[in-house]
Unconditional design. Structure first.
Length: 279
């Protein structure tokens, strides 16, 4: 098959490699993309414009920042594309439903990725839901990414179950990291960081190390996580639950946007960005 990949960021490129290993051709659109994207897309068929990719592809997988998911889906729909559209972004179930309405449930598969870029087997799973979830899962017969089709069910909620799973998982994993970083910023601005870490070492061993790990893991990608937290907040509210915590987490991550693509950023830099955003 010919699979279009929008776009080959760190996660998207790893998905593309699993597709290649499974015997498929993978295409991408180079217009407006960085040299880093071009490097990651080595081995993929290059198209200058989305319209050209859409005519070529049997299926398209969207892996983009959550805030761009609807606009990208709309742009694909406006082309001559007539294959399966897989949205694998960290979006709220209601956002996924909007995208499903664009293509129709028969041409849409919902996806949710849990784990890091898929370079090692057993680390990363792509959950899929919808009428053709099992078909899309079969695209990944080889490679590091494990594709899992969720049980079929009736109704709109079953169609977007993959997004619901991703959102609930990230609500804790990334929400917890945002809280831990915010606590460190509060301690720093209050002048009690040293004594807090001393107390943690007594009563909560490991939290100091986890704080450092959270800063390093989130700083380069916090600009993306902000949108994801907003989608999580919207999901809580749609279920009649309080979404304010994750709206706050979105603000924490947004304050770290200056650290984009800086893998060596440390906790001190993260704290400075969080505190500086409020001054």
């Amino acid at each position: 098959m010919r699979i279009g990949l929008l776009h080959p960021g760190a996660m998207g490129a790893s998905i593309g490699l699993s597709l290649l290993h499974s015997g498929h051709e993978v295409g991408w659109v180079s217009a407006g993309r960085s040299e880093a994207s071009r490097s990651r897309a080595a081995g993929f068929a290059e198209f200058n414009e989305l319209e050209d990719l859409a005519v070529w592809a049997d299926g398209i997988i969207s892996v983009c920042p959550p805030d761009a998911a609807i606009a990208l889906a709309s742009a694909v729909y406006a082309t001559a594309f007539d294959g399966l559209y897989v949205d694998a972004n960290a979006i709220a179930p209601n956002t996924a439903k909007e995208i499903a309405q664009i293509f129709g449930s028969g041409a849409y598969v919902d996806g949710g990725i849990i784990g890091p870029p898929a370079h090692s087997s057993g680390t990363t799973r792509l959950y899929l839901s919808g009428q053709h979830a099992q078909m899309v899962a079969s695209w990944f017969s080889q490679g590091a990414l494990e594709a899992i089709a969720l049980p079929e069910g009736d109704g709109a909620e079953a169609m977007v179950a993959a997004s619901a799973l991703k959102i609930t998982y990230a609500a804790y994993s990334k929400g917890h990291s945002a809280l831990l970083l915010a606590v460190n910023a509060l301690a720093s601005s209050s002048g009690v960081s040293e004594v807090l870490n001393a107390e943690w070492n007594i009563s909560q061993p490991g939290l100091t190390q986890r704080s450092n790990a959270a800063a390093k893991a989130t700083a380069p990608k916090a600009w993306r996580f902000a949108g994801e937290m907003r989608e999580i907040s919207a999901t809580f509210k749609a279920q009649g639950l309080n979404g304010d915590f994750h709206q706050g987490a979105a603000e924490i991550y947004a304050s770290m946007e200056n650290l984009k693509d800086q893998p060596d950023a440390d906790l001190a830099q993260v704290i400075d960005e969080i505190i500086g955003a409020k001054t």
